[in-house]
Write a protein that binds this ligand. Structure first.
Ligand SMILES: Nc1nc2c(c(=O)[nH]1)N[C@H]1C(S)=C(S)[C@@H](COP(=O)(O)OP(=O)(O)OC[C@H]3O[C@@H](n4cnc5c(N)ncnc54)[C@H](O)[C@@H]3O)O[C@H]1N2
Ligand code: MOO
Ligand SMILES: [Mg+2]
Length: 420
């Protein structure tokens, strides 16, 4: 047993791997109920059902140009530079229904987006036509043959009726909203957002509005977590900060878990005298999922289940709190919204500069991505200790540094988790 393992054992802690911790959490991160939201509020929500096209799209043969709808074979005779004159029998603006079919020798003036009349199989663009009256009747002259189908988008070109267009669990983006609107889905079936209680523990914590006092710090993790929960699609319910008192924490946790869907705390999970969240979870060992993970930062991240609901106790150290959220809270919140993909994407990137630090755990290093010469580079933050807050803002990825004997050199291929 290593020294580290001996000391973990003394405190009733046994480190598990990141994937194992994630898997244990996901067992309790089932999707919430479905609800409907107005289309204009559906951005970023996860679809509760798949959506199939209720009708073909487009629902009629659509003109792609302003010009004349013609029978293509009529224009054959213009092959040798001769002009073919067609009788103009209709004028079809967008939104109108053609008066009748086009027969050989006739044409209809038509606008972009308007319904192509029966019989017509091509649209000649306005710029290559001439007009004149013959016997007081308007005629259009076409100088070149046009192939059948030209400038017409056929019915069902984009989607056939019944074709699945959006899958359940898909996160709705602007393009999806266009699809839903086009199909008349004004009440969108989505999974309810989980209500996520957030509170901080720490007798040193001041509110953002309070003046600084000796030995104290402002609570920066709570507002950060509020933003992270919102970004992940959850509905944050801010429960303030409490002093490091076990009974206070116990009643806060219990009441929050009774009314909310998930509770996230920050602080007090290590082995210090006032690390009450660690004690709280240990005391109710039957409920504990884990209290040590083989990772840095955030090794002390702790989780428990009560009444089927998750308590995720993140470290107080800001860097560890942030990383713990991205690795554990974000996928849980996504999965509770029925997301088909709960985890952040991982890319293979090139390490931009040496990373000499080593340890026997996986390390998730805050980094910045840069594209150069067709390759994606990731630069580790200048200071990335767990206790450091300020470089969180400079990071758009977490570089995964495996537990190696030696550090990594610039140019090494590494995996990186891409932050939203
Ligand atoms: N003897 C040991 N000491 C520590 C160990 C260990 O294994 N043995 N682990 C270290 C590691 S790793 C971490 S990470 C921290 C975890 O600390 P806690 O989760 O118990 O967090 P606190 O003790 O409450 O606070 C740590 C640090 O973070 C600041 N903090 C706390 N809450 C907030 C907040 N809401 N906003 C901003 N900053 C916050 C707090 O003031 C402390 O500076 O333990 C190590 N120690
Ligand atoms: O494991 Mo602590 O959470 O490094 O930073
Ligand atoms: Mg502590």
């Amino acid at each position: 047993m290593t020294n580290r393992e001996q000391s973990d054992n003394k405190f009733g802690r046994k480190a598990i791997q990141v994937e194992e911790a994630q898997a244990r959490l996901m067992n309790y991160a089932g999707a919430m109920e479905a609800e409907t939201v107005p289309l204009e509020q559906s951005l970023g929500r996860y679809l509760a059902e798949s959506i199939a096209a209720p009708h073909p799209f487009p629902a009629f043969n659509r003109s792609g140009m302003d010009g004349y709808a013609v029978v293509a074979s009529d224009t054959e005779n213009s092959r040798d530079g001769g002009m073919v004159w067609l009788k103009v029998v209709d004028n079809i603006p967008c939104g109108a229904v053609p008066a009748g079919a086009i027969i050989p020798g006739t044409a209809a003036r038509i606008m972009t987006g308007a319904q192509v009349p029966e019989g017509a199989d091509a649209v000649v663009m306005l710029e290559v036509t001439e007009t004149r009256d013959l016997d007081g009747i308007p005629h259009v002259g076409v100088r070149k043959p046009i192939p059948s189908g030209r400038n017409i988008t056929p019915l069902g070109y984009e989607l056939k009726q019944g074709e699945q267009v959006l899958a359940a669990g898909h996160k709705i983006a602007a393009g999806d909203i266009a699809v839903l609107a086009a199909f008349g889905v004004h009440d969108v079936p989505v999974i309810r957002r989980p209500r996520v209680g957030v509170f901080a523990t720490g007798s040193e914590l001041l509110d953002v509005k309070e003046p600084l006092q000796p030995g104290k710090i402002r609570n920066s993790n709570s507002p950060m977590l509020e933003a992270l929960v919102r970004e992940a699609g959850g509905e944050p319910v801010m429960l303030g900060a409490i002093a490091d008192e076990l009974e206070l924490a116990r009643s806060k946790v219990h009441s929050a878990l009774e009314t909310l869907d998930l509770v996230i705390t920050t602080g007090g999970v290590s082995v210090g005298d006032y690390d009450i969240m660690g004690d709280l979870v240990r005391e109710e060992a039957g409920d504990m999922l884990f209290n040590k993970i083989a990772m840095r930062p955030g090794s002390v991240t702790t989780a428990a289940v009560r009444g089927g609901k998750l308590l995720l106790a993140l470290s107080g150290n800001p860097g560890a709190c942030f990383v713990g959220f991205q690795l554990f809270a974000r996928p849980v919140i996504a999965s509770m919204q029925g997301a088909s993909e709960s985890f952040l994407p991982e890319w293979t990137v090139v390490l931009g500069k040496d990373y000499p630090k080593v340890n026997n755990y996986f390390r998730f290093v805050r980094g910045r991505l840069e594209v150069r010469g067709g390759s994606i580079y990731a630069y580790p933050a200048a200071i990335d200790e767990s206790s450091v807050m300020v470089t969180i803002k400079d990071s758009d990825c977490l570089i995964i540094v495996p537990p190696e004997e030696r550090g990594l050199s610039a140019g090494a291929k590494v995996r990186a988790i891409i932050l939203p």
